[in-house]
Design a protein around this ligand. Structure first.
Ligand code: CO
Length: 133
């Protein structure tokens, strides 16, 4: 069921400053910021070839606001794995007792593909995003 690592997401208090660190200090190519109001975040992506880093800044009423309150300098927020069929993956995981966040239905994520988030308590303390490949 589990496919490739699509991205690792890092929550940041200032996406312009964080983008500059990746671009200027680390020498990476960083996309322009993209506002995703339905997810409560502004994102940029850094393509590393084998996977991506996603930087997240809170936007409006944001699910990452509480995370940044606890981690004011920012920190690793979630990992995103690809699956071939997100509904089949969800049904298999919920049958196994895993909790899907929100109403359990996929939303369209930053890449225009359906995504779901799984409860960190069911996955060794790590928030897991699934994205349909
Ligand atoms: Co993500």
């Amino acid at each position: 069921m589990l496919g490739r690592l699509n991205h690792v997401a890092i929550a940041v208090p200032d996406i312009a400053a964080a983008s500059a660190v990746y671009r200027d200090t680390l020498g990476a190519s960083v996309t322009a910021p993209q506002a995703l109001p339905e997810h409560g975040v502004t994102v940029v992506f850094i393509d590393l070839g084998n996977t991506k880093i996603e930087l997240l800044e809170p936007l409006g009423d944001s699910p990452i606001a509480a995370f940044l309150a606890k981690n004011p300098a920012g920190g690793m927020h979630h990992v995103c794995y690809e699956v071939d069929d997100i509904i089949a993956a969800r049904d298999r995981l919920t049958a196994a007792g895993a909790r899907v966040l929100g109403d359990g239905n996929p939303k369209i994520g930053a890449h225009g593909k359906p995504v779901l988030f799984l409860h960190p308590k069911d996955f060794m303390g790590t928030l897991v995003e699934l994205e349909q490949a």
